[in-house]
Design a protein around this ligand. Structure first.
Ligand SMILES: [Zn+2]
Length: 279
């Protein structure tokens, strides 16, 4: 079901990790950001669009994680954009013949195993780094690229509508996930730098749509930036973050986020040992 969150901006929320697909109404059709997760949900979205008399004229994936780069034939053959780095990460992944099988294996542990359409995964057209806006015929959508969480991650600001599509940041249910700590140069600084970029536009935002979690209003934008920043600082210092998204205050069904936190603490400790000894 599509829910309007601002003029000509609609959101389709998945049951799986509260993943949000975003639809932006343009002049000749819609822009579809992070289409969704399961085949039946993406079909449902395609049907909703069909009933509204809309076709997808452009897609965009906020970052190169499997749950943000899916597609289904029902959505048609519009160009599917992402940042150049996002597209490169996907080309890299798809050059490995076993990659989709590994994703399918990983999904065996979830309630959506066998329900995720992987055929068209990751076929992203890269937009050069200097591209300021998504090339399409609709409200201007500014690309805010950064390197937090995943390479070539982009938040999108739908300027005329005051909507920030945050990708996998600013969630009320997921803590900041720093990504692969073995491959990232400086995951803490990358994350803080990305938060500063988002903070730079926060004053223009009335609605924030995280990749996973609840859509927030104007009062939530700075609050979520502060919450993510406080978490990253605490993680970096090895302090208890006292974060409502982990521990006993976590929403039912989200207890696993605490395990993610523990994993990040361990990886960071190992990383500082490694970096320390190699200097
Ligand atoms: Zn995600």
């Amino acid at each position: 079901m599509l829910r309007q969150v601002a003029e000509s901006v609609l959101v389709h929320e998945s049951e799986f990790v509260q993943s949000n697909a975003v639809v932006v109404q343009g002049r000749a059709g819609v822009l579809l950001i992070d289409p969704g997760v399961t085949g039946s949900e993406i079909d449902c979205l395609a049907n909703d669009l069909h009933e509204l008399g809309q076709t997808v004229v452009a897609g965009f994936s906020t970052h190169p994680d499997w749950d943000h780069v899916l597609w289904h034939a029902e959505l048609g053959e519009a160009p599917r954009y992402g940042t150049d780095r996002c597209a490169a990460a996907m080309r890299d992944l798809l050059s490995d013949a076993g990659a989709k099988a590994r994703i399918a294996d990983h999904l065996l542990e979830t309630e959506i195993t066998g329900q995720v359409p992987l055929d068209l995964l990751g076929l992203i057209t890269g937009l050069p780094a200097e591209t300021a806006r998504i090339p399409w015929d609709g409200p201007q959508v500014r690309i805010i690229e950064h390197q937090a969480h995943a390479p070539g991650h982009a938040a999108l600001l739908i300027e005329e509508r005051g909507v920030l599509v945050a990708g996998d940041m600013l969630s009320d249910v997921l803590i900041p996930m720093l990504g692969d700590l073995n491959s990232i140069n400086d995951p803490i600084e990358d994350y803080l730098a990305a938060l500063r970029l988002l903070e730079g536009v926060a004053g223009d935002v009335d609605v924030v749509v995280p990749g996973h979690g609840s859509v927030g209003g104007a009062d939530q934008v700075q609050a979520r930036i502060n919450q993510d920043r406080a978490y990253v600082h605490a993680l970096c210092d090895g302090r208890d973050p006292g974060d409502p998204r982990i521990g006993p205050s976590a929403k039912p069904g989200w207890e696993w986020v605490s395990d993610v936190h523990t994993g990040q603490l361990q990886s960071l400790a190992q990383r500082s040992e490694r970096v320390g000894t190699s200097r």
